[in-house]
Design a protein around this ligand. Sequence first.
Ligand SMILES: [Zn+2]
Length: 404
Amino acid sequence: MASSNPAAHSIDPANNSIPHPSDPQERYPSVLKLYKDVRPHLEAAGCLATQGLPKPSLSNDIHHLFQKSRWVTASVDNFEEVYERMTPALQLASRFITSEAAILPYWPHVLFGKRVQVHENDENLDYLEISSNELCPEAVDRVREAFSGLSENISLAFMEENPTNTSLEGLCGATFRERERSVETTGIPFSEDAWPPVENGKPHPTITLNAHYHEFFASRYSNATRRKRLRVLFCFAVTLIHETVHAFCFSTHPTWKEEPWYNKESISSAGHRQEMGFAWERFMFGGRTDAWYPMEKLRALHYQEVRDLPPVKEDTLMVDGKEAKFLGSYQPASAQGKRFVHDCIPLEWIASWFSDERWALWEQNGEYKEIGKRLRVVVDMWETETRAYIAEVDSKIGESLFDS
Ligand SMILES: [Zn+2]
């Protein structure tokens, strides 16, 4: 659920749900006011283009895990139409869990990593250490078998909109250990007959998706621009896999009461950025790709990182070795002592994920599609003012956002 630190992401032991960071409206009003100033720069950076964007053209099958038979459809209007519209996202999600290039090394570590406990910051914290099993040549096959097993027992559902439980509003998705356990949070009625078939004696995780995804595919899709469709499809696929990570953990490690951190680095001072699902996003894209956060208001999908502010205000801000442009001072500040770093993603890069050719390059030649030049917006929130800077960065995708 909502947290004072958007980077924090914890498991709520009360209902086994995996809460996600919440709506930015309250958290980032100052950021939203930047819209007018940032917009021309977003246009120049290719984040708002509509012309020339290719249609999704993936030709791969949808993995059994995401196929029609795994969805709870009783309360979904026009499910056939919704399914057809979300098909490119389901194909992309399938690619993420079938392509060897996308499986290694992330998934074998989740499956075979050795759970270790350390005492840090007055807490006992668990993380996964690399084990010899995850480095074996058969590791990819074992992961594929685990996905296959999960696909016999997974349920997928859209959350119900619930005015009395607005905490769901901010969740892109939430995953539950058992089907019955999801009802009190999601409002999706459970009934053995209306839900997908499962095997006895196995964990039956349920992935639930934000009601707005359904609303988009059911009602808003027809009138949406291609860029909007691409961004929602991309975010939907990312949400699906983020949640699949949690379902995978429930399925393959039923004795885990709580997930460990992905690795030891995740519990370091760098912050809790490597919660299992976020660790996958970072592995795949180099950072978090937030669908409904402030830059959504700026109509540009972005990577986001939150850091502590330097101890004193700086006259100039250096980004990638160059002085960033000071965009302005905005008031009032809504969060104190935090620096928000947003890398705005060119639409062409998003579109490329829906292309067979792009995947072929990666799978055959290891040629990762680098994101290239992009706009970085840095927002410093001091107690009395919010200061914004922009810069063009050209560093590699991956660690760049976190280490600059
Ligand atoms: Zn998560």
